[in-house]
Design a binder for this molecule. Structure first.
Ligand code: GDP
Ligand code: MG
Length: 177
């Protein structure tokens, strides 16, 4: 069906196991949070219909999980969200691998301007007292990448900044449509 003002965005969410990828998406799409932990290996992607600047971004509702991430998973990606846990340094250190793997798989024609967004999640944990990666360090990482990677600090648990992060992601992705 032809839908002139609708754009389907494929947003891929990458990051270490347990950083909160699924929780962020659930919070964004369904406005709910669960303490239950079902491991997702590598990534998820979501789909949601939303409206930005009068344009509808069309997608089906729901979410899918993948056990292994082959080329098909990445194919047609419009944007990539890289997520780490601000309380776990390793999840920050592996961002570069996720970033590189993504570019390798997607192989975009202009990798330097491909839309990435960085999300530092779980800022709520113990009121921030176990935090090990500072906002400044994260912003420095963003600044050291080609392009200008936007950065958001979120809590999927407390629904802090989640909508703003996803809105930015959609806008970033749409620029490349
Ligand atoms: P994924 O493997 O990256 O998809 O991670 P999940 O979304 O499954 O989350 C892993 C665990 O972290 C779950 O127990 C979540 O409830 C918890 N979690 C996710 N986001 C947050 C958050 O912002 N704050 C807190 N305190 N816990 C979170
Ligand atoms: Mg998951």
């Amino acid at each position: 069906m032809f839908m002139p003002n609708r754009t389907l965005l494929k947003v891929i969410v990458l990051g270490d196991c347990g950083v909160g990828k699924t929780s962020l998406m659930n919070q964004y799409v369904y406005k709910r949070f669960s303490k239950q932990y079902k491991a997702t290996i590598g990534a998820d992607f979501i789909t949601k219909e939303l409206e930005i600047d009068g344009k509808q971004i069309w997608d089906t509702a729901g979410q899918e999980r993948f056990q292994s991430l082959g080329t098909a998973f990445y194919r047609g990606a419009d944007c990539c969200i890289l997520v780490y846990d601000v309380n776990i340094v390793k999840s920050f250190e592996t961002l570069q691998n996720w970033h590189d793997e993504f570019l390798k798989q997607v192989n975009p024609s202009e990798p330097d301007t491909f839309p990435f967004v960085l999300v530092g999640n779980k800022v709520d944990v113990d009121g921030g007292s176990c935090r090990v990666v500072s906002e400044r360090t994260a912003r420095e990482w963003c600044a050291s990448r080609p392009g200008n990677i936007p950065y958001f600090e979120t809590s999927a648990k407390e629904d802090y900044n989640v909508d703003d992060a996803f809105l930015c992601i959609a806008k970033t992705a749409m620029v490349n449509q």
